[in-house]
Design a binder for this molecule. Structure first.
Ligand code: HEM
Length: 156
């Protein structure tokens, strides 16, 4: 769930305005003024950019700190976290996807109680790592892990 913030699998999305409207924010020099959107215009929004914003998640926005969800500090972020989007076209598979993630994580930990980086494998800071963007986001370099059973490389 928390990794979906830093690595939103669907990083970009868009909507075409079916009628002229005014969005409450997004306009003006600092983005806090109302914004006119004309009928037919495309509004692009990015969960990837949004979920790394320091103005929302704080100066340590780039850090993987899952506790931030437990402390109440994100209680008022509203629509700042939407890996499955929302509204009438929200992902139909959200509950199924989360159930798969929870199940797979537990089964991996049961099968491989020790999982660590292979010797010599560096840690790229968040934002500096190579990423592949198609409809979804992935790592072009795959993932190398070391377990008690030996080293392995999971292709992207
Ligand atoms: C971590 C995994 C997943 C993520 C992050 C994700 C995210 C998304 C997002 C962002 C959308 C676009 C919603 C919109 O534009 O408003 C979407 C649509 C959709 N997703 Fe997922 N999804 C995931 C897994 C799944 C799974 C496992 C299924 C099916 C079993 C699924 C089924 C769908 C369907 C059917 C739509 C289209 C809904 C519509 O247009 O009405 N998704 N998903």
């Amino acid at each position: 769930m928390k990794a979906l913030r830093l690595y939103a699998p669907v990083p970009l999305n868009n909507r075409e305005a079916v009628r002229t409207t005014i969005l409450p924010t997004g306009g003006g020099p600092d983005g806090s003024s109302p914004m006119l959107v004309r009928k037919g215009e495309l509004v692009v929004f990015s969960q990837y950019v949004n979920s790394r914003m320091k103005s929302i998640y704080g100066p340590d926005a780039d850090d993987f700190r899952p506790e931030r969800w437990e402390t109440g500090e994100l209680a008022d972020i509203g629509w700042a976290y939407f890996p499955f989007n929302g509204g009438p076209r929200q992902c139909l598979g959200e509950d199924f996807a989360l159930m798969e993630v929870y199940y797979t994580t537990v089964r991996l930990l049961q099968t491989f109680p020790v999982i660590r980086l292979p010797d010599g494998e560096g840690v790229e800071p968040v934002g500096m790592e190579r990423q592949r963007l198609t409809l979804v986001l992935s790592s072009p370099d795959g993932c190398s892990v070391s377990t008690a059973q030996g080293d392995t490389h999971i292709p992207q």
